[in-house]
Write a protein that binds this ligand. Structure first.
Ligand code: EPU
Length: 430
């Protein structure tokens, strides 16, 4: 059977209004946190993307009832705590499966999770996650590619979770989840400050945890005996919002975004403004994005929150390909996250990669071409480039895009894009 791809006829200006989905990267650890809870967890605004479905499948194998309810919410409830093993066949599909480790260890006192391998954006080690569990008193072994973690009891400790590239988002989440049921106080220094970590902490507190300092580099967790389920609405997806902002800007259009948190996108909006893209809060709370005809070149460096997000680096590169001059993009989180560079070059972009920096020489136009998606955000960047390019762009391997964007092509189409999902032979090689 053939694989799905997008066929995009570029050049249409996007106009209209769309609602930003709930954040995938907040939903995933919060779903995993249901492992810690007694009783029902009801989550609203969980995006129905394939990563969420993979995790739902894993949680069901770990003994949770998982049910999409008629009102669109997701209900999770632990019914059986026997199985503590996350198999390789799911972990290899989705690295975020690692966030079941902390909750399993805390609640069931043991966990076996297949060691995630590398992925298209780099090596992605999990040493800091394991360091956090060890400092809480867990014993960790690596057996036949599986991490086996055990602890008779977890004890709160002070821990430093910094790594070579700063803080770790899922590592902070994992440590926080494990610490909720530990005895005593855990202090996490160099905690990630990303809004998704804050959402997880707020969810856990609603379940009865005692966490303070979320959103700062010092998080304090007072262990409690038990967590009970609660209802929670997932925060809006800042990366989807940013991607849609670029879609408006790159097509010289005007798009209004509902459910968009500008306070989660300050560094990104700062760069867009410097490029000449207007981003304003409308009277009705919608965020209106429109762009000037001339795009200014700017320099961008990715950083942990509140800095410029690595998950929007590829998308802003597509936009800067059409700026009037040279831009410099530096990746400080995942130094090898540049799989989109060679594909954008196939569309006429002028890009020179030097280490973890790319020099983007703006061109007057991009031209449609068959290109190949390599990871989630690179796929989004290629779709954006296709929306602006002259002629037809075929984006292959869009299963990467489906991991994190809800009905992306349907929503772009509703805004006026000429984009179709088709099934065909994969014309990209390896
Ligand atoms: N790192 C280590 N050791 C660790 C953990 C991380 O050296 O034990 C390094 C990483 O290699 C990287 C840096 O620390 O250089 C930051 O990685 P982080 O741990 O923060 O990434 P993550 O938590 O695995 C989440 C998102 C990613 C996003 C990054 C950075 C989820 C499910 N994933 O990953 O999202 O790029 O934070 O913000 O939340 C995406 O959605 O496309 C995506 C890749």
């Amino acid at each position: 059977m053939g694989l799905p791809y997008f066929e995009i006829h570029g050049g249409n200006r996007l106009r209209g209004r769309t609602r930003v989905s709930g954040a995938k990267n907040a939903a995933l650890p919060i779903m995993a946190a249901a492992l810690l809870c007694e009783g029902e967890v009801i989550l609203r605004d969980v995006p129905r993307v394939s990563d969420v479905h993979f995790l739902a499948e894993l949680l069901a194998k770990l003994g949770l009832e998982v049910e999409w309810r008629a009102d669109g919410s997701l209900r999770l409830c632990v019914r059986d705590e026997m199985n503590c093993k996350a198999e390789y066949d799911i972990v290899r599909k989705m690295r975020a499966s690692i966030c079941v480790l902390g909750p399993l260890l805390a609640k069931r006192r043991q966990a076996q999770v297949s060691m995630p391998g590398g992925c298209a954006i780099g090596d992605r080690p999990i040493d800091i996650h394991l360091r956090a569990f060890k400092s809480l008193g867990a014993e960790i072994e690596l057996v036949s590619g599986d991490i086996i973690a055990r602890a008779k009891r977890l004890r709160g400790r002070e821990m430093f979770l910094g790594g070579p590239f700063g803080s770790t988002v899922l590592g902070t989440g994992n440590a926080m989840m494990a610490a909720t049921l530990a005895e005593g106080t855990t202090v996490i220094e160099m905690a990630a400050c990303e809004p998704e970590v804050v959402d997880l902490a707020n969810f856990l507190n609603r379940c009865g945890a005692s966490i303070t300092g979320q959103g700062t580099p010092r998080i304090v967790v007072e262990g409690v005996r038990q967590l009970r389920g609660c209802e929670h609405t997932i925060i809006p997806d800042r990366i989807e919002a940013g991607t849609l902002m670029v879609a408006a800007a790159i097509t010289n259009g005007e798009v209004t975004l509902d459910n968009c948190r500008l306070d989660h996108l300050m560094a990104f909006v700062d760069r867009l403004s410097a490029i000449g893209v207007n981003v304003e809060k409308g009277k009705d709370n919608g965020v209106v994005v429109s762009s000037a005809r001339r795009l200014e070149p700017v320099d961008v460096t990715t950083q942990p929150f509140p800095g410029f997000p690595t998950d929007l680096q590829a998308q802003i590169m597509s936009l800067l390909c059409l700026a009037d001059g040279n831009s410099v993009i530096t990746e400080k989180i995942f130094p090898d996250r540049f799989m989109h560079v060679a594909e954008l070059a196939r569309m006429g972009a002028q890009l020179r990669k030097e280490g973890s920096t790319v020099i983007v020489e703006g061109v007057k136009r991009l031209v449609g071409a068959p290109v190949m998606a390599s990871d989630l955000r690179a796929s989004a960047a290629l779709v954006l480039a296709g929306l602006a390019a002259r002629g037809v762009t075929k984006v292959n391997r869009i299963y990467h895009l489906d991991r994190g964007y809800v009905k992306f092509e349907e929503r772009l189409k509703a805004l006026g894009a000429d984009i179709e999902r088709k099934i065909g032979e994969d014309s990209g090689g390896d």
